[in-house]
Design a protein around this ligand. Structure first.
Ligand code: FAD
Length: 390
């Protein structure tokens, strides 16, 4: 029998190919060099300095639009994309959010629903990290229920004119292009908006106590005039943004386990070295029970992510299954981080350790891309056939 590996107790790595392992090592190495040494400071200051440089570097390692094909994208498998999300979020959820929004929301929308010209114009530069993208769906008064959105796009001759506001938009203030969803006479449509268009502005949202090393913005669209070909031609209706969200949520299923792994590892190390009552706290049964339960949920979550990844690669992943994964993995990840916090005692609240940073980040991850309650309702509907949303 192979020996027991505390970092991989279920032997999940046996499911990975050499190429998968190489992708994981590359992303882990990059995050270890370029994020981990600095992220506590960024977090404390509430900023992500050098975001453009970071984006170019992420483009350089193929992490942007990673599982998309053509247009300079890496064409990686869903499992490889997931592994990348996990490694990035083990550093910080803010970095994984940057990558998710760029690849799974903004680029994915253009790749799946855009015209050939839109793809040629934007995707290669976005894959290289030269242009940062954002995705504007949420509004101040419409979060979980985007169908009620107020942002409007009206025809004026052949042009479109956009008016409205979007809220809580990741990458907004640093984006060169925004994919904005707006109500039209025909239904909800997506628009590719260059952020230098007159009437577009993206003030940054400050005073966040979560995802502090991430740019979050309001988008203001004040009579933004766009040419006829700014609309994404291949989709009408909410299924457009929802399918992008499903792709991004899939990455979160993996990513959340990265934050959990970082906290778990910190807790194990701490429990082995911190002594109270004359012995390491890791030797107390109550601490071991916590660690065992954390390990069980962490590796169950990673196994679930793998399972969903294989289904996505086989073209068999249903949105309800993504909801299953997002609901479970983010909820369990936050629990793991909170338990780690208790094991570290007072040190658990310090930025000297990554635990509180991850735990507070996950509060955002719990809410964005569909709250816990939304995913419960998705599953509840799938299980009963009864729609409880309204
Ligand atoms: P609400 O929809 O007002 O919900 C409040 C509470 O009510 C939640 O607990 C919810 O589950 C519950 N609730 C609502 N309806 C029901 C119901 N029918 N039954 C039971 N409970 C219900 N959005 C984007 O478009 N692009 C982005 O890039 C983006 N980035 C984000 C980054 C951060 C840091 C954050 C915090 C958010 C981001 N969001 C983004 C917005 C995010 O997607 C929304 O916050 C989320 O969809 C929830 O919407 P809301 O905050 O308006 O909450």
């Amino acid at each position: 029998l192979p020996p027991f590996d505390p970092s991989d107790p279920l032997g999940i790595d046996d499911l990975l190919t050499d190429e998968d392992l190489a992708v994981r090592d590359t992303v882990r190495g990059w995050a270890g060099d370029r994020v981990l040494p600095y992220v506590a400071e960024w977090y404390e200051k509430g900023e992500l300095p050098g975001i453009r440089e970071l984006a170019r570097e992420l483009g350089g390692i193929g992490a942007l639009g990673m599982s998309l094909t053509g247009y300079g994208c890496a064409g990686a498998s869903a499992v490889q994309y997931g592994l990348a999300c996990l490694e990035l979020e083990a550093a910080d959820s803010g970095i994984r959010s940057l990558v998710s929004v760029q690849g799974s929301l903004a680029m994915y929308a253009i790749h799946r629903f855009g015209s050939e010209e839109q793809k040629q114009t934007w995707l290669p530069r976005m894959a290289a990290g030269e242009v940062i993208g954002c995705f504007g769906l949420t509004e101040p008064d419409h979060g979980s229920d985007p169908a009620g959105m107020r942002t409007r796009a009206k025809k004026d001759g052949s042009d479109w004119v956009l008016d409205g506001r979007k809220m809580w938009i990741t990458n907004g203030s640093v984006a060169g292009v925004a994919v904005v969803w707006a109500r039209t006479e025909d239904g909800i449509r997506g628009f590719v908006v260059p952020t230098d268009a007159p009437g577009f502005s993206a003030p940054e949202i400050k005073h966040k106590w979560s995802l502090r090393a991430s740019v979050t913005s309001e988008l203001v669209l004040d009579g933004v005039r766009l040419p006829a070909d700014a609309v994404l031609p291949e989709v009408v209706g909410l299924k457009g943004p929802l399918s992008c969200l499903s792709h991004a949520r899939y990455g979160i299923v993996w990513g959340a386990m990265g934050a959990a792994r970082a906290c778990f590892e910190t807790a194990v190390d701490y429990a082995k070295s911190r002594e109270q009552f004359g012995r390491p706290i890791g030797g107390f049964q109550l601490t071991q029970a916590k660690l065992a339960d954390m390990a069980v949920e962490l590796h169950k979550g990673i196994l679930l992510a793998h399972h969903l990844g294989r289904r996505m690669d086989a073209g068999r992943l249903r949105p309800e299954q993504v909801s299953f994964g997002k609901l479970n993995n983010v909820r369990e990840a936050i629990e793991i981080c909170r338990t780690a916090r208790t094991i570290l005692g007072a040190n658990g609240i310090s930025l000297e350790y990554p635990v509180m940073r991850h735990a507070t980040n996950l509060e955002s991850v719990l809410t964005y891309e569909g709250t816990v309650e939304m995913h419960q309702l998705v599953l509840g509907k799938a299980l009963t056939g009864l729609d409880a949303f309204r």
